[in-house]
Design a protein. Structure first.
Lengths: 222, 216
């Protein structure tokens, strides 16, 4: 009987970052408790007790509560260290490089990618306004320069932290899926040879394929 | 002596790494100044170390690490056996340190750095502050600080009753907000946030950083 709960909805990249980590560590014995931003379920007093910033996901292991998807992913990687894919490399040096590229995702990639996805996909639904094309243009330029650095890195290494898949690569998957397949900005990737190969590789992992099914099932429930 | 840190004591991000080194009682490193005014961080030799062209970057032997939060983790890990334990002692403590590190990274920092850009960094480049942006960000900041206030009423530090990297990661930008942007009322008007701030900013490691800045 599992003690693990993930609170959120699979349309959220932050939630699927956690679900993909669980899948990568061969953990499927958890409950996904729906918390739908569109109904304001994230602003109820009960939910705010779990996640006081009113964001998804939140996570529980028994009576231990945790939030912030990257922190939850770290917790899962720690707790299930002995099974599934090693997500932080095998040496201290490899771990340091994984942490470096996790921060690159967090500080460079995600802010721009997320803004583009928000403008192109969610601005209408969540704020009832059209896409701000000036913001999209600005962020596409910014992201392009960042992705040039990724292209250079991936020319010499199969994955971001080296020649091994890690949480640093995984952390990029959900937002990149939104960027390419939902916001239709695939050209950012298809125009960069090694970046594109990296995306094809990481997005075809069984863990992400599993989560895609969860996303699709979630869409059908509406 | 294997560690070289490229950056400046005046930079918030470099300061995070320096303060972490001091907190871990690592004095044996070289700080190599990067001349931002002369665009040194955008030159080919620097870009070989840090391809995004920002400071800091750390070299430890043949290992190069960038992103201040990742460097701080590396230092905390490498010097685990000395100085202040910064990442928690148990699985749950570690998880809570990581949670509040992410809260800083995803919630606190974007708002504070936006205000800092408008009021401190932008003006240095001759840009005029956008008062509307400052007002919006300060409103956001108030809501975030309400959550911190409630949390710190029940916990001495962010991850629990122990100082950690999660608290430390807040120091450089909060200091800038208070002393350079002069927008610290949110911090000083909240009883428990103020007490937390006073405690963490009076640690010897931060004082050592400020001394280093004064000398630079």
């Amino acid at each position: 009987m599992s003690s693990l709960k993930v609170y959120g909805k699979p349309y959220s990249a932050n939630v699927t970052r956690v679900l993909t980590t669980l899948a990568e560590k061969n953990v499927d014995d958890y409950k996904l408790v729906p918390i739908d931003l569109l109904t304001g379920a994230n602003k109820t007093p009960e939910y705010l007790k779990l996640q006081p910033f009113g964001q998804i996901p939140a996570f529980q292991d028994g009576d231990f509560t945790l939030y912030e998807s990257r922190a939850i992913a770290r917790y899962i990687s720690d707790k299930y260290e002995g099974q599934g894919t090693a997500l932080f490399g095998k040496t201290e040096r490899e771990k340091a490089l994984v942490n470096q590229w996790l921060e690159v995702e967090s500080q460079n990639y995600n802010p721009s990618a997320r803004k583009i996805v928000f403008e192109c996909v969610f601005a209408q639904i969540l704020e009832g306004r059209p896409t701000n094309e000036a913001v999209v243009k600005e962020q596409l330029e910014k992201l392009g320069k960042i992705l040039d650095v990724y292209e250079a890195q991936l020319t010499h290494h199969k994955y971001l932290a080296g020649d091994f898949f890690s949480l640093a690569d995984l952390a990029h998957i959900p937002v990149t899926n939104n960027l390419i397949n939902v916001a239709k900005k695939g050209e950012l990737f298809s125009s960069r040879k090694h970046l594109n190969a990296w995306w094809e590789d990481i997005s075809s992992r069984p863990s992400w394929q599993k989560v895609l099914q969860i996303i699709q099932a979630g869409q059908q429930q509406k | 002596m294997s560690i070289t840190l490229f950056g400046t004591a005046g930079s918030t991000c470099t300061s995070l790494v320096l303060t972490t080194l001091f907190e871990k009682q690592v004095q044996d490193f070289v700080l190599k100044n990067v001349n931002l005014a002369k665009g040194e961080h955008k030159k080919p030799e620097y870009l070989k170390l840090q391809p995004f062209g920002v400071i800091p970057v750390l070299q430890d032997g043949d290992l190069t690490i960038f992103e201040s939060r990742a460097i701080a983790r590396y230092v905390s890990d490498k010097y685990e056996g000395q100085g202040t334990p910064l990442l928690g002692k148990t699985e749950k403590e570690r998880a809570l340190v990581n949670q509040w590190l992410e809260v800083e990274s995803q919630n606190y920092y974007p708002v504070v750095s936006s205000i800092a850009y408008q009021l401190v960094f932008g003006p240095r480049r001759g840009l005029k502050p956008d008062e509307k942006v400052v007002e919006q960000q300060l409103e956001k900041f108030e809501k975030i600080l309400d959550i911190y206030e409630e949390h710190l009423a029940k916990n001495e530090y962010l991850a629990g009753n122990f100082f950690s990297l999660a608290d430390l990661s807040h120091i450089p930008y909060t200091y800038l907000l208070l002393h350079q942007a002069k927008k610290g009322e949110g911090i000083t008007s909240r009883k428990h946030v103020k007490a937390w701030w006073d405690k963490i900013s009076s640690r010897p490691s931060w004082k050592q950083l400020l001394d280093l800045r004064a000398q630079s």
